[in-house]
Design a protein around this ligand. Structure first.
Ligand code: SF4
Length: 243
């Protein structure tokens, strides 16, 4: 029989996030589904939670949670004295506020060349908020794509495409420059899938993501999920790779 593995995405119980009143007993772990990581991986969870005992980790987690809470506000609903929770902080402001809380001064932007204009605006916004900003475009170094074994027909230009030189994206270069500049926080801005994987693998400074590239949906990849029961129903039915 196949070994159980964590499948939180399929859970309908969510006893890890119960709506239990403060002071009341939490639902027992036995109520969680058999694939719950709290049942399957207690040792891993214990080890992970012990990491928060490190002073710097605990402080980062504490400030991140304060930042999270500050992204909401309680407002009158107009129904008696009942209050309702409203969101108030877009991710860009959340990033700025968190960076200030952490005492960061030097921020890095690792951006895709396709988001050059957005990077220019972000750079200005961050500088206006008092940060020193290092920014590195994915094409820095302008290496030829042949270097990683790409054939002409595998490039964006394709076999009959344009005749211009196609620089390879080098997320490793971006990461190493963030490392050598010793930025306090590297901000990912629209790197391609896979390129972001390499960046994260090589970057040794703290990272956050401001934008995930989505060429079709204006860098809002979740739009495909929101449309997966209508215009993008094919995502639910077709095997990967079929269009
Ligand atoms: S941790 Fe357990 S209870 Fe929480 S979502 Fe995952 S499976 Fe469900």
């Amino acid at each position: 029989m196949k070994k159980e593995y964590p499948m939180c995405a399929k859970c309908t119980k969510r006893i890890c996030d119960p709506s239990t009143k403060i002071g009341a007993e939490l639902p027992p772990i036995e109520e969680a589904p058999p694939f719950c990581p709290m049942r399957l991986n207690p040792d891993v969870i214990e080890k992970a939670v012990a990491e928060y005992e490190q002073k710097d980790v605990k402080e980062l987690a504490r400030l991140a949670s304060i930042q999270e809470a500050e992204c909401y506000e309680w407002i009158p609903t107009g129904i008696g004295d009942r209050l309702g929770l409203r969101t108030k902080t877009p991710r860009l402001e959340e990033t700025i506020q968190f960076a200030h809380k952490m005492g960061y001064h030097k921020l890095g932007i690792a951006f895709c060349v396709g988001l050059g204009n957005e990077a220019r605006i972000l750079d200005r916004i961050l500088e206006n908020h008092g940060f020193q900003v290092v920014s590195v475009c994915c094409k820095a170094g302008r290496f030829n794509k042949e270097m990683i074994g790409l054939k002409r027909e595998e490039t964006i230009g394709g076999p009959k495409g344009h005749i211009y030189y196609e620089s390879m994206c080098s997320p490793i270069t971006q990461a190493e420059i963030m490392n050598s500049e010793n930025v306090d926080l590297a901000i990912l801005m629209g790197l391609c899938v896979g390129h972001d994987t390499l960046f994260i693998r090589y970057c040794k400074v703290p990272i956050t993501v401001l934008a995930a590239k989505d060429r079709v949906f204006g860098h809002n990849p979740l739009a495909a999920i929101y449309l997966s029961s209508s215009y993008y129903r094919r995502l639910m039915t077709q095997p990967p790779g079929k269009h």
